[in-house]
Design a protein around this ligand. Structure first.
Ligand SMILES: *[C@@H]1O[C@H](CO)[C@@H](O)[C@H](O)[C@H]1NC(C)=O
Ligand SMILES: *[C@@H]1O[C@H](CO)[C@@H](O)[C@H](O)[C@H]1NC(C)=O
Ligand SMILES: *[C@@H]1O[C@H](CO)[C@@H](O)[C@H](O)[C@H]1NC(C)=O
Ligand SMILES: *[C@@H]1O[C@H](CO)[C@@H](O)[C@H](O)[C@H]1NC(C)=O
Length: 440
């Protein structure tokens, strides 16, 4: 009986592979898609630098966090809805693998919840940075098509212009980096739990970059925007995938466990114990925001957040960002939090090995006793333990990974580890479910 059952399963699997290989597969998979979020410093990443020390990686991570918070602040001050200087090239902690075109050429893109476009390096290059795996060549794909200037999609691309009736994009970064080229439509394929199968989405709008310059951290294909804007991957797949995505970040990316990004039905976060807060979009509608009302420490003292005068309540006050490691809080809230947390830790305080982190202890992460910090979002209390609030800086030194900011505020990815986080753009909610992400 068992043998017969296995045979039947094998037959069904084979049939479904034969039948659905190259077509729109969402239905066949009930719209469930999981993609690995590969930490840029993990051995599986194309950006992995084997001879970097853990301390160098840590320093780079912290520096990226500060670059990003500065970017958010500039972006907040800009007039236009999609500022031209969108990100620095050092952005992003995670990359995702996907395939493009009729031949399913594998690519690695930096996953970015604040970008609202997808772009990748394309042949023929007027200027391409070093990418040690094949650069996509539109001439090799039967599903590639340029977007004409007259198309609605062209009018909605920021900074677009027209060359020989082909819509052109141009992304300029603060660092001076540029990606520019044709706006096109192409088939994008994403992984399922089985890396040998993918689900294909036709006619995804992206930037086919023939000029990519000034980008120094190389060996990735480009940027995969996951933001709320029109041309992010999440928005474009939204219609077929219920406008939802979720992710679960493992505690330590050095281990063999992998973090996941889920779309569709898979992305519904509703296990008992899930808490939800309204999803906000910030003043310009192009970033994901939450509304933080206050923080409490060790189940005791609650410190309320004095909302800045320029932030109306319906916009939220803190950006939720997958690609920033640290959490940045307003000065007043941070000050009260710091004094409350430090007063409850008995480990020996030591000078910080890294300038931008101020509160450090001689201990390992597994042995330090720290109070639970609860983030009170509107309607959702999210409890943060030491893996969410402290970071290993050296072998026997851990530092507080929540820092003060005067400009913009960010709920970073360290605070999100071991939470399944669901972003539902139909219901406009962000859900948090505490879980062991290495088992998800
Ligand atoms: C770039 O990524 C490719 C594909 O994973 C890998 O084979 C190559 O070694 C990487 N190059 C560098 C310089 O890391
Ligand atoms: C990080 O930033 C600090 C201060 O801006 C700088 O001195 C240091 O060289 C940077 N580290 C790395 C690894 O880029
Ligand atoms: C494009 O096609 C040519 C000829 O079939 C092949 O040699 C080349 O490797 C392909 N390049 C890419 C990037 O797919
Ligand atoms: C690398 O990728 C493989 C295949 O997806 C996975 O089994 C393995 O756990 C990953 N390793 C790390 C360190 O992420």
């Amino acid at each position: 009986m068992k043998g017969y059952h296995n045979l039947l399963v094998a037959l069904l699997v084979t049939l479904s592979i034969i039948c659905f290989c190259d077509i729109y597969l969402t239905e066949a998979h009930n719209g469930e898609i999981s993609v690995e979020l590969i930490h840029r410093d993990s051995p599986n990443s194309t950006l992995y630098i084997p001879n970097e020390t853990p301390f160098q990686r840590l320093t780079n991570t912290i520096n990226r966090s500060f670059k990003r918070i500065n970017h958010f602040y500039r972006r907040k001050l800009e007039e236009t809805p999609y500022p031209q200087e969108e990100i620095t090239d050092a952005n992003g902690d995670f990359i995702i693998k996907f395939a493009i075109g009729s031949n399913h050429l594998f690519q690695m893109g930096l996953a970015d919840t604040i970008s609202n476009m997808i772009w990748l390096q394309c042949q023929s290059c007027s200027s391409c940075y070093k990418q040690d795996f094949p650069i996509f060549d539109p001439a090799n794909s039967t599903t590639y098509e340029n977007v004409p200037c007259s198309a609605d999609a062209c009018g909605s691309i920021p900074n677009q212009y027209c060359t020989e009736n082909v819509c052109q994009y141009q992304m300029k970064y603060v660092s001076g980096a540029i990606s520019a080229g044709d706006v096109a439509r192409e088939t994008f394929s994403l992984g399922t739990n089985d890396p040998n199968k993918f689900i294909s989405f036709p006619k995804v709008v992206f930037g086919c970059g023939h000029v990519n310059s000034g980008i120094t951290s190389t060996n990735f294909s480009g940027i995969v925007g996951l933001g709320p804007g029109l041309f992010s991957l999440t928005t474009q797949l939204g219609n077929s995938l219920f406008n939802k995505f979720s992710y679960c970040l493992v505690r330590a990316y050095e281990s063999n466990h992998v973090s996941k990004l889920n779309f569709g039905d898979h992305a519904i976060v509703s296990d008992p114990g899930t808490v939800s807060t309204p999803l906000k979009y910030g003043p310009k509608g192009d970033l994901y925001y939450l509304n933080l009302e206050g923080i409490s420490i060790g189940g005791g003292k609650r410190i309320n957040l004095e909302v800045e005068a320029d932030l109306a309540n319906d916009q939220g006050n803190i950006i939720i960002d997958l690609a920033t490691t640290l959490t940045f809080l307003p000065l007043g809230l941070y000050g009260a939090l710091e004094s409350e947390v430090t007063s409850r830790i008995i480990s020996e305080r030591v000078p910080s090995p890294i300038e931008s982190l101020k509160v450090c202890y001689k201990s390992t992460l597994d042995s330090i006793e720290v109070p639970i910090v609860t983030a009170h979002f509107t309607g959702a209390n999210v409890m943060l333990n030491r893996d969410n609030t402290f970071i290993t800086v050296k072998d026997d030194v851990v530092c507080f990974a929540i820092v003060p900011s005067t400009g913009s505020f960010v709920y970073g990815n360290l605070a999100m580890r071991n939470y399944l986080i669901g972003i539902d753009r139909d219901k406009n909610t962000v859900s948090f479910f505490p879980t062991d992400c290495s088992k998800h």
